[in-house]
Design a protein around this ligand. Structure first.
Ligand code: SF4
Length: 335
């Protein structure tokens, strides 16, 4: 197999922005060495090698990739992620090579810091840290302390509180990081809103809306990673999270090369311990926490709780306790 990447050079002499991003992605994932050749399509030179290839293969976007097989076949890709998934990572089914039992044993008594370091040493930027804009900011702090590359992923449901959007921006500046966002597709969201309105979850439960606004966008995004990290804790729900492990094979989402590895570094922390850490390290936090909000999700489905109330009582309060999951983290034993 021989892979050619065709990049575009603008009239200014600069490479196009998407070409830079694609190379950056390949380098971050340690896959750049698998690109055998880079060819330039010069915007000002129709006879440049890249322009010739673009005409020959009728490609109008840049960058693009030609994969030449041993049998002489040529396959064109215009998406770096598809190229990665189809050819560059295809030989690495992650859960086949990831020794869960050995890692579980290694991490059995690990601190959250040790779990985060283990995840990032194993997967680096191919491990997405899911950040909800709430007290899971502690994961970003622990990741930043390792000095290793890491990726932060936010699901923007379109229904978050203004305070949460501001907090996400504050965190971006505080750690000097890029925040990757994923959002619902209009083609999936519009039929729900058209037929059932904006608050159907109060009538027939949150699952349909959560599936469209959270699960599907997250599924699309996680398809580009090999592992992810969540801020789930056992004490968030005795009925759905009591068996949470520090590391597990994800049963809901597939990653770049098959099932994802899922890390839950603060699974064993209590809420009190988590907040002690946030205070001791003066971490930024969502302003809603000062107004009695504890577990923070979408604006219509989250409310403040009283002192002594469990944090999950502020989420989907019109539903049974056992139903209070949004589909991202189904409890073991649930369909
Ligand atoms: S939490 Fe509420 S608004 Fe957000 S996706 Fe779920 S049902 Fe929809």
């Amino acid at each position: 197999m021989h892979i050619t990447m065709v990049k575009k050079r603008l009239a200014s002499g600069e490479p196009c922005r998407k070409c830079v991003q694609a190379e950056d992605l390949l380098r971050k994932r340690g896959l750049w060495d698998q690109i055998d050749e880079v060819v330039w399509a010069e915007e000002t030179n129709a006879k440049s090698a890249g322009m010739v290839l673009a005409r020959e293969h009728k490609v109008e976007a840049a960058p693009f990739y030609l994969v030449r097989g041993e049998d002489g076949s040529v396959t064109i890709f215009v998406s770096a992620l598809k190229l990665i998934k189809t050819h560059l990572m295809a030989a690495k089914p992650i859960t086949a090579e990831f020794k869960f039992e050995a890692v579980r044993s290694t991490l059995a008594h690990a601190t959250p810091q040790e779990v985060v370091r283990h995840a990032l040493e194993a997967f680096g930027a191919e491990c997405a840290i899911a950040f909800s804009g709430s007290d899971d900011v502690v994961l970003l702090e622990l990741a930043a302390q390792t000095g290793l590359p890491f990726t932060v992923l936010v699901v923007d449901t379109g229904r978050l509180h203004p305070e949460t959007y501001r907090f996400i921006e504050e965190v971006r500046n505080h750690y000097g990081i890029e925040i990757h966002t994923t959002a619902p597709k209009p083609s999936e969201l519009e039929p729900l809103v058209r037929h059932k309105g904006l608050f159907s979850f109060f009538e027939d439960g949150h699952e349909e809306c959560c599936h469209i606004r959270k699960v599907l966008p997250l599924r699309r995004a996680l398809g580009g990673y090999r592992a992810w990290m969540t801020g789930q804790r056992k004490d968030q729900s005795l009925s759905t999270r009591a068996d949470l492990e520090l590391v597990e094979e994800d049963v809901t989402f597939d990653g770049l090369s098959g099932p994802l590895v899922k890390f839950n570094p603060i699974a064993n922390w209590s809420r009190d311990l988590l907040w002690q850490y946030i205070r001791d390290h003066e971490l930024p936090h969502n302003a809603l926490h000062h107004r009695g909000f504890s577990s923070i999700g979408c604006e219509p489905c989250t409310r403040a709780v009283l002192p002594g109330q469990h944090e999950r009582e502020g989420r989907w309060w019109w539903e049974d306790e056992g139903a209070k999951e949004c589909g991202l983290h189904p409890a073991k034993g649930r369909a």
